[in-house]
Design a protein around this ligand. Structure first.
Ligand code: PAF
Length: 278
């Protein structure tokens, strides 16, 4: 496996390939990322993973400085998973000048849910993903479904810019108790880690309630959302949202739509997100 830090070297290395399959990451890898790499393997003639903690998608009060940088451990895991090339640029390589050209996704996709609570987040994500997909000449790119809205926004960006790239969503990987794997789980204290299972359990109870009553109207769905927020709050969480939306565009659902329930909540200083398709 080659570990590359510069764009020039990346271009040179990729010139031998026609169909890179790419897994963009911010490092601090877990089994969810490695599952994406294994899924990518048969989909291209070279498997590339990028590791770059992208300042543009962090608000000033967020954890950019403390986000774990674990390049050596990440590379060892990527090699074991069958990755061929790791592109891990320094910030000065990705952003040699301030990145003033940015991708602004449409507000109806990006100002709701995560975008409402993290203004500018999807501008940062789209800008870096566009750049990474261009640099790696991706023909297939894989993103985890845990970041459901991110996956939807990226799919739409690639479609509207007519980029010749197939976007694939990888299933969320979970710990035995149901907690969705995330680099930020490492911030949880042992007590918080034990409690964190409540988030996925809350989502599962909504899935079960909706499946048991397939004709639920908007008011009934709203009651489920409110009850879920209240029960998380009562046990010490600070929920940002629990929302049942339609899978296609994350707008409020109408009868017959395929649904997904999404949630974001803080436990102590850690903000966790999760979702389940219904
Ligand atoms: O999901 C992530 O790790 C990041 O948002 C991504 C897609 C690598 C862009 O920085």
């Amino acid at each position: 496996m080659k570990i590359i830090h510069t764009i020039a070297e990346l271009r040179e290395e990729l010139s031998a390939y026609r169909h890179p399959a790419v897994v963009p990451t911010m490092g601090n890898l877990h089994a969810g990322h490695l599952a994406l790499v294994r899924q990518a393997k048969p989909l291209g003639d070279v498997t590339v993973s990028t590791i770059f903690v992208n300042r543009l998608q962090f608000a000033p009060h967020e954890d950019f400085d403390t986000y774990p940088r674990t390049l050596d451990a990440d590379c060892a895991q990527l090699e074991a998973a069958g990755c061929d090339i790791v592109f891990a640029p320094k910030e000065a390589e990705m952003y040699p000048q301030p990145q003033t050209f940015k991708v602004h996704p449409p507000t109806e996709l990006s100002d709701i849910l995560e975008g409402h609570f993290r203004p500018g987040f999807f501008i940062g994500v789209c800008t870096v993903v566009l750049k990474l997909l261009s640099l790696t000449q991706a023909r297939t790119a894989l993103f985890g479904k845990k970041d459901y809205q991110q996956l939807m926004v990226i799919r739409n960006m690639v479609k509207q810019f007519a980029m010749p790239i197939t976007i694939i969503g990888g299933e969320t990987q979970r710990a035995e108790d149901g907690l969705a794997l995330s680099s930020r789980n490492g911030y949880l204290s042992p007590a918080e880690r034990a409690q964190a299972v409540q988030l996925s359990a809350t989502l599962r109870s909504i899935v079960e309630a909706v499946r048991a009553n397939p004709g639920m109207d908007a008011a009934a769905l709203a009651r489920l959302e409110t009850q879920a927020m209240q029960s998380l709050s009562q046990t010490g969480w600070r929920p940002d949202y629990v929302a049942v939306r339609r899978q296609a565009d994350l707008q409020p659902p109408q009868a017959g739509d395929a649904l997904v329930v999404l949630a974001a909540a803080r436990l102590g200083a850690t903000r966790l997100i999760d979702n389940l398709e219904i």
